[in-house]
Design a binder for this molecule. Sequence first.
Ligand SMILES: Cc1cc2nc3c(=O)[nH]c(=O)nc-3n(C[C@H](O)[C@H](O)[C@H](O)COP(=O)(O)OP(=O)(O)OC[C@H]3O[C@@H](n4cnc5c(N)ncnc54)[C@H](O)[C@@H]3O)c2cc1C
Length: 464
Amino acid sequence: MRVAVIGGGAGLVSLLDSLLPRAGELAAGLEIDVFEPGDLARGGAFGPDLDSALINLPNSAMSIRDHERGHFADWLRRRGDSGDHDVSFAPRRVFGDYLADQLARCRAEAEAWGWRITVHREVVVGVSDVPGGLLVRGDEARRYDQVVLCVGPGSAADPYGLAGAPGFHRPYPLSSVLPRVATRDRVLIVGTGLTAVDTVLGLLELGHEGPITMASRRGVLPGVLSPAPHRRLRFLTPERVAAGVTADDIWELLHAELAAAGVDGETETAWLRPGASAAGYLRHQLARGNAVQSIFMSVPTPLAREIRRTMPGTPRLVARYRPQLKSLQCPMPAVTARKLLAAMDTGQLSVHSGLDAVRHEAGVFRTGAGLTADVVVDATRASPRRTTGLSRELLAGLPATWDAYDALRVDPVTCRILLPSGAAHPRLSAMGELTAGDIYYAASLPAVNRAADAVADDLAGVKA
Ligand SMILES: Cc1cc2nc3c(=O)[nH]c(=O)nc-3n(C[C@H](O)[C@H](O)[C@H](O)COP(=O)(O)OP(=O)(O)OC[C@H]3O[C@@H](n4cnc5c(N)ncnc54)[C@H](O)[C@@H]3O)c2cc1C
């Protein structure tokens, strides 16, 4: 069977690792062509960069294997790294080393099974149906029995159209972008999510001395990852959701869960309201944990999908509360929060809400609220559907359907993309951020690992 995998990052490594135990079912063998013009194995997230850029889940939760969550932590131990590998957060470049190592192992094992893996350093610009297969267009057109899309996240969104202005930067890799910022420059970071946090930490690591401002419409920072984020939910259960829920019901159920955990719901949720102090919220979470986040993280993905599918007005609510939802679902390690807080306490770092415009005039960036900066770093991110990055042309031409959250719709069991008719495509699957939409934490490694297993199961059952 000839398979094309488009995108050679963490998703590819996880997929190969999932395919190998199914080699018995794939007796006819596989010819796998990987299309990746960039950083093979490391993808967009885990390339060489500053050590301040950490993985955002503990080592013990980052793995290429769904059934072996400690695989990366064990790899670190075997490498002889010191430290507590289960609870700490490695630099992302170290996770990239692990991915590169695992890709080499998978390739060797695949060759031992007689599979052929070829890497094409090409950007794929189109995938289309042809009789008996799919045509993948890169530098040349090639025919495959099956195609898997693992193209990763979207590009920076540049909401104020500043690209090309002197002093305007996209953040990655931090190690080549941030040294271009002069030590005393006033830096405005557009966005207050994890990418913005990466940028602040990178500037601090490089000894930046000038003022740093993080700004977005709502000014909500990522929450602080709770040490023990998961708990058994007593009220927000599949049975309760199956009976039908409104937004008010979810709010009440959340408060009931908080009360059961001995936490006052009003106090906890007040931190997510407009105008709450960013520093105060960090301090609160570092001292008391984040009970709301623990509850959100404990909602199983199928139940979250069911709520999204059935709750009246969900797309509107999600659009309205997106920053708060992202803050809860894309948290940062406590060690990172402490560094931010220290910079806030010295007055070097400030967080602003209400950002609605940034202009570049006479060599200076100016916001609608009158903040000025020498440098702007765009820490926003468009959904893959709206990306201007590598996969733009490819995604625009797919016979795909998208949900209200900009997620490519796929069959939840096989990850095959759903056609406008509602049927699953017989040869085309997708995994990763593309299928997650722009709100849920479904693009993280654990979700990618689960999708890799689903695609591998499906391919192993497929006859070429
Ligand atoms: C900065 C950053 C940090 C992150 N940190 C974490 C983290 O700590 N923990 C976590 O769980 N998740 C993290 N994520 C989410 C992360 O994207 C996933 O966990 C993981 O990288 C997903 O793997 P992937 O293969 O889907 O995407 P990627 O690893 O990004 O790989 C996608 C690849 O597709 C290639 N590609 C795109 N378009 C085309 C095309 N048209 N033709 C050919 N190739 C193409 C790209 O070059 C890229 O290498 C992070 C994301 C980012 C952006």
